[in-house]
Write a protein that binds this ligand. Structure first.
Ligand code: ZN
Length: 426
């Protein structure tokens, strides 16, 4: 067999050392050693070779807008939504597209090759929807971009949100979104979950709802989301994003809730960077962490990914498109410190997130798409610890980003001259 490209001698996340043979856009062989022949070689000796990073929760219509027209003074979710409301009328098609494409460049450089972005449909112009549909087409050769129709101001609370959600889906947006905790009443929130799930069922679409993103222990829309998923036969196609209220819920109630979520096969997408930043802002001390119950859900067999949510926008003043930052924060806030849990955090921002998004073509296996990342780390735990350089990023069989290894040369009196590397595996 003659390959177009061979990624040579890398360490896979499961610890195997192997050559990965690529023909066209696909992985066609993973063996201890492959004959080079005329293939282009990427030398990954001593480095981790991983499936691409995947972000199942992002807002690409808002990204890189930090400071326009002002910053979020209180740091709360609600001021962020109000600030986004001030920014929305200022948006232009060109500006949304330019910022989104710039962000996609960042993403590629970090090995982030699949993104699910919510797009606000509460602007009657649907300008961001149209801009991001164009971006989706333009980045398709290297990024899987999934769009979610997101009625940011409330499906019923905003007068045209309902019809705009339908319009956005008609234009080709992939996933049905919602925000039940932002409707006027709990009852309206419940009703919105039902109607949005029915829309998804009729159209054969997935659902991903901002759900219970609040410190209110009585915000229980996840219960309705699990119920509707079960009733409408949407198992495996529905995700609840954030679920932060679960942090504050009564423990007895949670002991009933977790099996219901598991039974409905609803996935959970906490967003650790944003949850730890925005939640608990109304508390004095002790101050709640406001991230959902990650380990407890996993123990019940619930699929849990980690999303990034925001980079430099009305809700978050930092961010780098690095899903390892997300895993690192998630590991800390959820106290996932055992070796198995640390490795799981890496798996969550790669394979688990891909499964949540229904991207069966991603993964380091023969027959899957040749999209992968070479990292300056020896194994997944070290990758989370270091958040190291992405030395080479390959999308659909093509090298799309390369970066030299970073090293520090030490010259300290009394210490041997040395090259300081934090990567211990080689
Ligand atoms: Zn969000």
């Amino acid at each position: 067999m003659s390959f177009d490209l061979i990624v040579k001698g890398g360490t896979l996340p499961d610890g195997r050392v192997a050559d990965i043979g690529i023909i066209g856009e696909n992985i066609t062989a993973i063996e201890p050693s492959l004959p080079a022949g005329p293939a282009k070689i990427v030398d990954a000796t001593g480095n981790l070779v991983s499936p691409p990073f995947v972000d199942p929760h992002f807002h690409m219509d808002a990204t890189l807008s930090y400071g326009i027209p002002r910053i979020n003074a209180s740091g709360t979710l609600l001021e962020g939504i109000a600030l986004w409301g001030e920014l929305k009328p200022l948006l232009t098609h060109e500006a949304v597209k330019e910022r989104a494409l710039r962000y996609c460049d960042w993403a590629v450089s970090m090995g982030l090759l699949a993104i699910r972005t919510h797009v606000d449909v509460c602007d009657d112009r649907l300008l961001a929807v149209e801009a991001l549909l164009e971006v989706k087409k333009e980045v398709a050769p290297y990024i899987d971009l999934q769009l979610v129709a997101f009625p940011q101001d409330g499906l019923y609370r905003s007068p045209t949100a309902r019809q705009n959600t339908i319009r956005a889906l008609d234009l080709g947006v992939d996933v049905v979104g919602g925000i039940p905790h932002f409707e006027r009443t709990m009852a309206d929130g419940t009703r919105s979950v039902t109607e949005l799930c029915e829309i998804a069922e009729k159209r054969g679409l997935m659902v991903d709802m901002h759900c219970d993103e609040t410190d209110d222990p009585l915000s229980r829309h996840i219960e309705q989301l699990a119920y509707e998923t079960q009733r409408l036969g949407l198992q495996g196609r529905v995700a609840g994003s954030h679920l932060t209220s679960m942090h504050s819920m009564d423990n007895y109630y949670v002991s009933k809730l977790l099996p219901l979520i598991a039974e409905a096969q609803v996935s959970a997408i906490p967003n650790p960077l944003i949850n730890i930043m925005l939640q608990g802002r109304h508390d004095t001390f002790p101050k709640r962490r406001g991230m959902t119950r990650v380990k407890e859900m996993q123990a019940h067999g619930i699929r849990v990914g980690f999303g990034q949510d925001c980079v430099l926008d009305p809700w978050y003043s930092l961010g780098t498109a690095d899903m390892l930052d997300v895993a690192f924060m998630g590991l800390h806030v959820a106290q996932m410190s055992s070796p198995a849990d640390m490795a799981k955090c890496f798996d969550m921002v790669t394979n688990v997130n891909a499964t949540i998004m229904g991207l069966d073509h991603l993964g380091l296996e023969v027959g899957k798409r040749a999209s992968l990342v070479v990292l300056d780390a020896g194994n997944p735990i070290e990758a989370v610890r270091l958040r190291p350089e992405r030395l080479c990023v390959i999308a659909r069989g093509k090298v799309v980003a390369e970066r030299p290894r970073q090293e520090t040369r030490l010259s300290i009196e009394g210490r041997p001259a040395a090259v300081n590397r934090r990567h211990e595996a080689t």
